[in-house]
Write a protein that binds this ligand. Structure first.
Ligand code: UPG
Ligand code: MN
Length: 467
């Protein structure tokens, strides 16, 4: 018997009225500008002005492509086969606990841990460029709270996985498709988990004001510290939850704290450097084929974010299947001034231009809120993925990716192996300043690499900024 055709996981439609309006406006602009230039060109004393107008018209023409074919997309996460979902590593980067308060950063971490995804296939990595003991402490406390928050979100199908947002909102808007008979139980559970969240917040805020912590962690130490990698567990030295096998839906997602080595004499390449270190460290631990990147002040505002991204990555129909490198979520911002006179909301980017680019070859990587194929970041050609590295000599792989045997093995092994609770020896070596020296990191493999594949932008408002 023939297999049934794969289900359609997403649709894409050209926004015809918007496209027609944009084209009409572009035609009008072009006609008027051409008339003005022709008028000036007829007068010798206006020739310089005509040349200037021509240059401006050329620049305007270059900016028109994203206006001509805006598209809208819809994803159908309910059609995904959950047992077949690939592993995903979420990477959250933070750099300064004074400017990026630990409670907010942990809300981002918690929102990622509570995403609707099989727990055993989800790992969250927190990069702390300041190497702050406060952030590490907050991460441990966040993990302890997550052991209540994550099951709560799963049980009641909470829509927004960010606890701060959830507890400040209205339950009716926040609980998705739940059984109303559960409401009494929900009310009790909500109070219990809310109390835990309040305690967690108080503890972290108390630590933020703790003079002893700021004494051991000076300004100089932020730029000059060893690498520290820690798999956060329930209790010091304990194992990180009982995953009970690769396919376990109910396992706790992994939480890994990474503070890469910093030395004043070594350029650290800011966020890109932090992401490169996370890519390497995560390759030893969970090595997921897909990576979701979040700035520390962003949270996922719906639990289905990764599932929605997977509707594009895994759709085997059409041309997306192999050559799609990343899915870029639009951003939404909170706490803006009423009139937003400085356009911080970036509406022209996320609501207009990225939609138009999506109708061409895809939007530009926006630095955060994107779900990318790990292979694409490593510089593998589309569709070749694992085979490409398996057939390469070890020496060649080391010249390109550095001298960690564990990392080189991760490039060649099947994606399905997850060593969840043991920190491999190489981890701190991979997070050291000198690791990239003499390798192709930053050229052919890195978060700064140009990715030679398509991208798409799915639904509006998947992620929000908390500022
Ligand atoms: O040395 C550094 C510097 C920054 N960061 C982190 O990188 C993120 C972005 O840095 P930030 O200073 O907040 O940059 P913004 O100007 O706010 O962010 C804009 O520029 C970034 C470019 O990387 C994009 O990711 C964002 O989407 C875009 O809003 C934050 O989580 C930082 O904690 C590090 O991890 N290490
Ligand atoms: Mn920012």
């Amino acid at each position: 018997m023939q297999d049934a055709a794969p289900l359609q996981l997403h649709t894409v439609e050209v926004d015809q009225p918007l496209a027609a309006a944009n084209r009409l406006l572009a035609g009008l602009h072009l006609a008027l500008a051409a008339a003005a230039i022709a008028h000036r060109a007829r007068r010798p004393q206006h020739l310089t002005l005509a040349a200037a107008d021509l240059a401006l018209l050329f620049l305007w023409l270059l900016s028109q492509a994203p206006m001509l074919r805006p598209v809208s997309r819809a994803a159908f996460p309910g059609r995904l086969s959950r047992p077949a979902l690939p592993a995903v590593d979420v990477m959250v980067v933070t750099a300064d606990p004074d400017k990026e308060p630990a409670v907010k950063v942990m809300n981002t971490v918690l929102s990622a841990m509570a995403l609707d995804y099989p727990g055993a296939r989800l790992a969250v990595y927190l990069s702390d460029d300041a190497g702050s003991p406060l952030t590490l402490l907050a991460a441990r406390k966040a993990y302890a709270f997550a052991t209540a928050w994550v099951p709560f979100c799963r049980k009641y199908r909470v829509q927004c996985p960010c606890p701060d947002k959830f507890f400040s909102g209205n339950d009716d808007d926040q609980i998705g498709g739940g059984d109303h008979r559960e409401y009494d139980e929900l009310a009790d559970d909500r109070i219990r988990v809310k109390n835990m969240y309040d305690r967690f917040k108080e503890d972290v805020e108390e630590a933020m004001n703790d003079g002893a912590l700021s004494q051991i962690w000076t300004k100089a130490a932020r730029q000059d510290h060893d690498a520290h990698v820690e798999i956060i567990a329930d209790e010091p030295g304990g194992s990180n939850g009982d995953s009970g096998g690769f396919d376990d839906e109910d396992a706790m997602p992994l939480l890994v704290y990474v503070s890469r080595e910093k030395r004043p004499a070594w350029p650290h390449h800011f966020k890109a450097g932090a992401l490169n270190a996370l890519l390497r460290v995560s390759s030893l631990v969970s090595n997921a084929p897909y990576v979701l990147v979040l700035d520390c002040d962003m949270y996922c505002n719906t639990r289905s974010s990764i599932l929605e991204a997977m509707c594009f990555h895994l759709d085997s129909r059409g041309r997306h299947a192999d050559d799609l490198a990343f899915v870029q979520f639009p951003q939404m911002f909170h706490n803006l001034s009423g009139s937003d006179i400085y356009a911080n909301e970036l509406r022209s980017i996320f609501s207009t231009r990225w939609k138009g680019l999506d109708g061409l070859r895809g939007p530009i990587l926006s630095g955060t809120g994107f779900c990318v194929k790990r292979d694409a970041v490593y510089g593998a050609q589309p569709a070749s993925s694992q085979d490409q590295f398996s057939s390469m000599e070890v020496g060649e792989l080391k010249a390109r990716f550095g001298h960690s045997n564990g990392h080189v093995a991760s490039l060649r092994r099947s994606w399905s192996t997850i060593a969840r609770d043991v920190l491999p020896e190489d981890a701190t070596f991979l997070a050291s300043c000198a690791y990239e020296t003499g390798t192709k990191w930053g050229e052919e493999a890195s978060s700064e690499t140009r990715i030679h594949s398509r991208s798409i932008m799915p639904l509006p408002s998947i992620h929000g900024h908390v500022t």
